[in-house]
Design a protein around this ligand. Structure first.
Ligand SMILES: Cc1cc2nc3c(=O)[nH]c(=O)nc-3n(C[C@H](O)[C@H](O)[C@H](O)COP(=O)(O)OP(=O)(O)OC[C@H]3O[C@@H](n4cnc5c(N)ncnc54)[C@H](O)[C@@H]3O)c2cc1C
Length: 381
């Protein structure tokens, strides 16, 4: 693995950093307070090619690769974790269509996602009773005339109030159980029978909408099937491997913001006649935060590099995700501690970072599920 960035990777990183600093960061606290993200943020991400970083240029994407995607996610998350999660899901949806779609599906949906015409993409796998165990999903799709009719309930769908394209998993062979008999469909936002419920009132990433979805007699054409019939579980698992690199990167971005603000505060705030940065207890916290962020970054780069090189990366993506997300929770908790009482108020961003970091150990597979994936790989040798 090359730890030096290529010109393209460095360019994507700089572009994302500049946009994050100028446009995204100044609005992050307000977006958290109002639980809303300005539409121009998404237009800006689209204009800079950040909504389809790993989608080939002939489909409207940047084609910059998985490493560039990880770097860009870190920069956007450092500014605003809510913006980053919407960016991550949209990239994931574009990539899954580019990988598994027919030519017609690719040319119809990828350019729309990349350009922002579709606004966002949503990934509708989880259900009220199927999160860690997606093989328990109950949404059904039955053939009807020339197309399909989808019925069921999805839960926790990021971007569900405004996405133009939903990737929806449904059971197409109801007698089959578990991971068998599941297929994947492309459903356009506003399709009759697709309804988004009220956004969840969340602890963190408050400006990203997370909604339940109802599919009631939702009719889609025959060509809405993505990938082969009854082979949708593999599509989901492949997408989630890549998604975990995105969430690891989001966690690193949040941790970086927490560390930078902690270091600044520690140099400013004085107790016992000296800046708190001179107390060894505070120095050790900063040192541990930086070391764990770097370790998370290297694990994530390795997973991204393997993905980009066409090597297996399931285990590496899970290792990056579990480590980066748990390190982020620790780092953000320490950031609140370093800020003392002020860290417990909305006057400083430390409390927002802690609330935002918390979900990274839950979505895209909980820490427990990542450890299962890693342990299985260890035991298989
Ligand atoms: C803000 C947010 C956004 C989300 N966005 C999306 C989205 O866009 N699309 C989507 O499809 N989903 C999304 N999700 C869903 C997310 O992926 C699930 O919440 C997650 O996979 C956990 O599922 P669950 O909530 O049903 O918890 P459960 O599966 O009920 O798990 C509960 C607890 O049991 C543990 N557990 C479960 N099984 C095992 C086991 N075998 N061994 C040990 N421990 C176990 C879990 O780790 C967890 O601690 C989102 C969730 C949140 C909170």
């Amino acid at each position: 693995m090359d730890v030096e960035l290529t010109e393209t990777q460095a360019l994507v990183q700089r572009t994302a950093r500049d946009f994050a600093t100028r446009v995204v960061a100044p609005r992050a606290a307000e977006s958290d307070a109002t639980a809303e993200l300005p539409a121009e943020t998404f237009r800006g991400l689209a204009e800079l090619g950040l909504l389809a970083i790993n989608v080939p240029p002939e489909l409207g994407g940047s084609g910059a690769g998985a490493v560039a995607y990880a770097l860009a996610m870190q920069e956007i998350a450092r500014a605003c974790a809510s913006t980053a999660v919407m960016m991550s899901v949209t990239n994931m949806v574009g990539e899954v269509i580019a990988r598994f779609g027919t030519d017609a599906q690719k040319h119809r949906f990828c350019p729309a996602l990349a350009s922002g015409e579709a606004v966002l993409g949503s990934f509708a796998l989880s259900e009220p009773d199927a999160g860690s165990d997606p093989g328990a999903l109950r949404t059904t799709a039955r053939r009807d005339g020339g197309g399909w009719v989808l019925d069921g309930a999805k839960q926790w769908i990021t971007g569900g109030t405004r996405a133009g394209v939903f990737v929806v998993w449904a059971r197409t062979s109801p007698p089959a159980t578990g991971s068998r008999g599941i297929s994947c469909f492309l459903v356009e936002g506003g399709a009759p029978g697709l309804k988004a419920g009220r956004p969840e009132d969340k602890m963190g990433i408050r400006a990203s909408d997370t909604v339940p979805l109802r599919l009631e007699g939702c009719r889609v054409p025959a060509d809405a099937l993505l990938g082969d019939e009854n082979a949708g579980f593999k599509v989901a698992m492949t997408a989630l491997d890549g998604g975990r690199i995105g969430i690891a990167s989001q966690a690193i971005g949040i941790s970086r913001a927490a560390l930078e603000e902690s270091a600044r505060y520690a140099k400013d705030r004085r107790t016992f006649g000296v800046p708190i940065a001179e107390h060894q207890a505070i120095m050790w916290k900063l040192a541990d935060m930086q070391t764990q962020i770097d370790a998370a970054h290297l694990l994530t780069l390795r997973a991204a590099w393997r993905k980009e090189s066409g090597k297996p990366f399931t285990r590496e993506a899970s290792m990056a995700k579990v480590f980066a997300s748990e390190a982020a929770v620790r780092a953000c908790n320490e950031a609140v501690q370093i800020h003392g009482g002020y860290g417990y108020t909305r006057e400083f961003a430390a409390e927002r970072h802690l609330r935002d970091a918390r979900v990274t150990t839950i979505y895209e597979g909980t820490s427990e599920i990542q450890r299962m994936v890693i342990a299985r790989a260890v035991l298989e040798g």
